[in-house]
Write a protein that binds this ligand. Sequence first.
Ligand code: SF4
Ligand code: SF4
Length: 110
Amino acid sequence: MDNDQTLKAVPEPSSLKRASGSSKRAAARIISELCTGCRICVQTCPIQCITIVESELNYNGIAQIDQRCTGCNICAIDCPWDGVVMVNPDGSRKSAAEYERQLKRLRGYQ
Ligand code: SF4
Ligand code: SF4
């Protein structure tokens, strides 16, 4: 099995693929190595699309995001361990400035 086949055979648990496959919004992705399984994002996600799954990386398990993610950013803002990043459809990550703007909107500062 070559490297490409290995990658295809082991999909990321927090896959960004959506049912429609055509979203123009960013979507949340879990950084497995940073996730502590603290469950804060599970509690704050407004559509309950995050669950904790067993993982060899962490006794508490790690977060997993399903395809319903709307890209609202709340989990990325609330994660105390930087365990969530927002990824744009082109694969780039949202910038710190974008997070800041979203945080202000969510918290009602502007
Ligand atoms: S808030 Fe962060 S560290 Fe806690 S479970 Fe969610 S992604 Fe993991
Ligand atoms: S970006 Fe929003 S909808 Fe998507 S997993 Fe995070 S809190 Fe839930």
